[in-house]
Design a protein around this ligand. Structure first.
Ligand code: FAD
Ligand code: NAD
Length: 475
């Protein structure tokens, strides 16, 4: 017999599991329902992020980058390595072990915080107080009751009818994280974050990678100069073939390969691949929830409609993470979860979507927060830009990682920081200073007056901030 829960969280990705832990910490009787199963058919907490997203992709990026360092970069340091080889099976097993450790870690956190976990698919049965939620697991089904419901059901890869995923030759992120061998020829439809990260992994290990991107602009969401520098690094240094403005006209599967037909400015083409990754964005996942059973409102694109505090159209129902508007990022999902748990417990909660950092974990890394120059020009905002290259930074030279720069954009009148864009090593770590500065409403002068350790990559941020006032010291 289940008690009436204060909070039922549906989904245990970074949105759901964080909501559940925070709610339980605040003394709310909390249950979390999740239907994810691992390859062995066992429940595995952590959703997309831990099972087939952020964590496994970063594990493979690190392994493949180490391989690339050993084969291409160690010699600069006078280190001679011979007979370097890659055991793909060992790399995948390491990745799987990391995933297992983290998913198991969430189960322990649930126990520690007294979050009840129910494996299975949760769906609405009836509106009213308390809400009734059916939980189906295999042939078994039961109904639980909860005063508040938080939906954190995440997202799924957007399918394209022309290239249905078969998990073997045509794959999405799940398959791309588990190839048994390095494909000789790898095609990627979609030049977004997944395409670039997965293209980097397999490209470093020896695949001839072709990225087919529909938009005429490469990395359209990023700062234009960053995108240009990234394009140069990915094509020249990594050897990716990146085609933009592509219209896929056909995908034909043969016995051992798949042929993609497409058109671009140069005319019609066809390319043959051993594996094809489809990574053309993700769609909100609400089908299993039965939203119509209670009149839960979705927007025109299928996201659950919520206000700034993640409240849905039904009383005491909230939704967080990929299933609602805003960037589809793990940290955004988790912060929304904290906000909702605190709101339910009577505290004030807030998430500032304007300062959510973006990171692409390629080499060089790309990270940004706030507005791009394109955004500011379109909005008619008068701004100043300060920029500093890593080639003039001592730590970057010592690392042998001199590609890229930091760019700080500040309001021309008030000097308030409006955006920061980084391409270069450890951009993911460096962007935190910019996020913090923007959250505190800092000016570029504030960063310029802060003492930064020497020699450090962070000095490039310091110099870029100085540069916004036209007083950079080292360039
Ligand atoms: P999810 O993580 O998708 O979790 C939703 C959970 O709900 C799943 O377990 C699902 O099975 C379950 N569920 C769905 N419906 C039901 C139901 N009816 N009943 C019960 N359970 C249900 N983001 C980053 O910030 N950094 C990264 O480096 C990064 N890398 C990524 C790499 C890849 C390859 C991919 C695919 C994504 C990556 N992301 C990254 C995005 C990140 O994974 C998502 O933004 C994040 O997982 C969203 O969290 P969520 O809790 O909203 O949903
Ligand atoms: P994305 O939105 O980053 O990129 C999809 C790309 O596919 C876009 O550039 C789009 O123009 C292109 N596209 C769409 N339809 C196409 C078509 N028919 N033919 C060719 N190109 C087409 O999406 P994604 O790479 O699938 O990743 C999904 C989401 O997962 C990301 O938006 C991000 O939110 C999250 N993610 C984050 C990280 C990270 O934070 N480092 C890593 C991976 C994924």
């Amino acid at each position: 017999m289940h008690p009436i829960y204060d909070v039922a969280v549906i989904g245990a990705g970074p949105g759901g599991y964080v909501t559940a832990i925070r709610a339980a910490q605040l003394g709310l009787r909390t249950v979390c329902i999740d239907d994810w199963k691992n390859a062995a058919g066992k429940p595995s907490l952590g959703g997309t992020c831990l099972n087939v997203g952020c964590i496994p992709s970063k594990a493979l990026l690190e392994s493949s980058e180490n391989y690339e360092r050993a084969t291409k970069k160690f010699s600069q340091h006078g280190i001679a390595v011979q007979g370097v080889s890659m055991d793909v099976g060992a790399m995948i097993a390491r990745k799987d072990k990391i995933v297992e450790t983290f998913t198991g870690g969430i189960a322990m956190l649930f126990k520690k915080n007294k979050v009840a976990f129910m494996p299975g698919r949760g769906s609405f049965v009836a509106v009213g107080q308390p809400y009734r939620i059916a939980v189906e697991e295999g042939d078994a089904a039961e109904v639980i009751e909860a005063r508040h419901v938080v939906i954190a059901t995440g997202s799924l890869p957007r399918p394209i009818p022309m290239a249905p995923v078969d998990g073997d030759m045509i794959v999405d992120n799940v398959g791309a994280l588990s190839f048994k061998d390095v494909p000789k020829r790898l095609g990627v439809i979609g030049g977004g974050v997944i395409g670039l990260e997965m293209g980097s992994v397999w490209g470093r290990l020896g695949s001839a990678v072709t990225i087919l991107e529909a938009l005429p602009l490469f990395l359209a969401a990023a700062d234009e100069q960053v995108a240009k520098e990234a394009h140069r690094a990915f094509t020249r240094d990594l050897g990716l073939s990146i085609r933009t403005g592509v219209n896929i006209t056909g995908v034909k599967k043969g016995k051992r390969s798949v042929t993609v037909e497409y058109e671009d400015n140069d005319g019609a083409h066809h390319s043959e691949f051993d594996k094809l990754v489809v990574a053309v964005g993700r769609i909100p996942n609400t089908a299993g929830l039965k939203p119509n059973a209670v009149g839960l409102k979705l927007d025109g694109r299928g996201f659950i409609e919520v206000d700034d505090h993640c409240r849905a159209n039904l009383p005491n129902v909230y939704a967080v993470g990929d299933v609602v508007r805003g960037p589809m990022l793990a940290h955004k999902s988790s912060e929304e979860g904290v906000m909702v748990a605190e709101t339910i417990s009577g505290q004030a909660g807030h998430v500032n979507l304007d300062t959510v950092p973006w990171v692409v974990y390629t080499s060089p890394e790309i990270a940004w927060v706030g507005k791009t120059e394109r955004d500011l020009k379109a909005a008619g905002v008068d701004y100043r830009a300060g920029q500093f290259p890593f080639s003039a930074n001592g730590r970057a030279r010592a690392l042998g990682e001199t590609t890229g720069f930091v760019k700080v954009l500040a309001d021309a009148k008030t000097d308030r920081i409006l955006g920061v864009h980084i391409i270069g090593s450890f951009a993911a770590e460096l962007i935190s200073e910019a996020v913090m500065a923007m959250e505190f409403g800092a000016s570029s002068e504030d960063i310029a007056r802060i003492v930064h350790a020497h020699p450090s990559l962070a000095e490039a941020m310091h110099e870029a901030a100085l540069g916004a006032a036209g007083r950079a010291l080292h360039i």
